[in-house]
Design a protein around this ligand. Structure first.
Ligand code: ATP
Ligand code: MG
Length: 457
């Protein structure tokens, strides 16, 4: 984003005019070298925050005590922070004091990793006192200075190391990794919001399995302030299967759902983890309904398999399965059901759309099912669901109750009974029939059913 960079250079030059130094620092320098998109530019300066406030027209005193002022220009918004040194740390997290300084190298020294400790001036001259470029080229996350010291100062840096290794697809330098494993218990005082932030970014990245492999091997989550249940389980065959398929679903929400599923966690356990991680309502809404829909579909698939076995015909349970499928759409929504199917597909080790050598294998060799994450124990119905689910869904003329050509009011008006929960029950009953194609979604036809059947429940 050259407009954004131009704006940063203008600010730097303006500060230099006042006889002070200023540089672009941190993530934007790293991402420029990596040729990654830049979302924001941070500026570091020898000038005091009060001076910065004076020199620019539109400023927001974001964090004056920490030396940060937000400068707003027509080209963009920039955080301008005075060079500083941090003295003493409380709680393995917060610096007890900050001291403003005039030496940029000292400011870079307080930063977490070598790749984040580089600065660029307005002419593009790079300051790289800790060999950040060398580490970038080696795809290596390495702390500035002594890793144990840096992680003891601020335990969040351990999670940041894991996140950067994941998102930037890097390794972790040996000394940095050793220190991380040694000091992992230091995570305890870190706010769960911060833990969430790092885990979410790591999970949303291009290679979530890589990030989670680091997380699990480090054992760090067992030391989080609040229990993270299955997410904190030690390395195991389950983790191995989870990570083998994690990247097959696209969103961080579905990836979290998949982690819960592979660990055989209930929706309640998953909810406890969501709460511990302080996930937002929207994030939870992307995870929990998927798990509930999945549980309902898995139960229906199991019932369908049992019916098929009892009647000796594979097709026996299919109508019931389709109804159960429609019920799940009604209860949890189309998105959640699609998510549940995607997770299931992933768990069977096949990529979406193509039909599953792995599924066939599982059904031919029931004993192999034990190696696969759970309900592959019911391969036939599970296959039916995966094969037919998307078709059923696409064929559904209704996706939610409000899509139905009649309303509760219509049912009420056609009957003599007083209003009550029965109205909705009838409406849902009719909805399911429409959803599976047994009734057309036409008002007259549906009203006929209502009048004839009266109470259909
Ligand atoms: P991104 O914004 O892409 O996540 P970033 O490197 O910009 O990455 P920020 O959290 O925005 O990360 O922090 C900006 C800079 O501040 C970092 O590049 C690093 O130099 C420094 N920094 C951030 N957090 C810490 C920390 N916990 N300890 C030391 N330095 C830190
Ligand atoms: Mg940043």
């Amino acid at each position: 984003n050259s407009e954004l960079a131009d704006g940063a250079r203008e600010i730097i030059r303006a500060i230099e005019q006042q006889g002070h130094q200023a540089y672009m620092v941190g993530g934007c320098v790293r991402d420029t070298i990596l040729d990654r998109p830049i979302h924001d530019i941070d500026i570091a300066t020898s000038a005091a925050p009060e001076q910065v406030c004076e020199w620019f027209e539109r400023v927001i005193p974001t964090g004056l005590q920490h030396g940060t002022v937000t400068v707003v220009t027509k080209r963009g918004t920039y955080e301008v922070t005075t060079f500083r040194r941090e003295g003493g740390y409380v709680d393995n997290r917060r610096p007890a004091s900050v001291e403003f300084i005039t030496d940029v190298t000292e400011d870079l020294r307080r930063r977490d990793f070598t790749m984040n400790a580089m600065a660029v001036d307005a002419d593009g001259m790079l300051l790289d006192p800790f060999d950040g470029q060398v580490d970038l080229q080696a795809h290596r996350v390495r702390t500035v200075g002594h890793a144990e010291e840096r992680f003891s100062e601020d335990a969040l840096r351990m999670l940041r190391a894991l996140r950067f290794a994941s998102v930037l697809q890097m390794r972790i330098a040996k000394g940095t990794w050793r220190a991380l494993v040694k000091l992992r218990a230091g995570l305890a005082p870190v706010a769960m919001e911060r833990v969430r932030e790092e885990l979410w970014k790591l999970t949303a990245g291009p290679d979530p399995a890589r990030g989670w492999a680091f997380v699990v091997r480090s054992g760090i989550l067992a030391y989080a302030k609040e229990p993270l249940l299955f997410l904190a389980h030690p390395w195991s065959a389950r983790w191995q299967s989870a990570l083998a398929v994690l990247g097959q679903v696209e969103t961080p929400e579905l990836r979290f759902a998949l982690l819960a599923l592979v660990h055989g966690a209930s929706a309640e356990e998953a909810q406890a983890v969501c709460l511990a991680l302080r996930l937002s309502g929207a994030q939870q809404d992307g995870i929990l309904p998927v798990l509930r829909a999945h549980a309902q579909l898995a139960a229906a698939a199991q019932a369908a398999s049992a019916a098929a076995a009892a009647q000796g015909a594979a097709s026996a349970g299919e109508a019931a399965l389709r109804r159960a499928f429609a019920q799940a759409v009604l209860a949890y929504g189309e998105t959640a059901v699609r998510g549940a199917l995607a997770c299931r597909q992933a768990m069977l080790g096949a990529s979406e759309g193509e039909q599953p050598a792995a599924v066939q294998q599982a059904s031919m060799q029931p004993q192999a099912a034990a190696d696969l994450p759970h309900e592959c124990a019911e391969p036939h119905a599970a296959c039916t669901l995966l094969r037919m689910g998307p078709q059923w869904l696409n064929a559904m003329p209704v996706r939610q109750l409000s899509d139905l050509a009649i309303k509760g009011r219509d049912i009420l008006e056609a009957s003599e009974r007083p209003a009550g929960p029965w109205v909705r029950a009838n409406l849902e009953h009719i909805w399911i029939k429409v959803a599976v194609g047994a009734l057309p979604n036409e008002r007259d036809a549906l009203m006929n059913v209502v009048r004839k059947g009266g109470d259909t429940t």
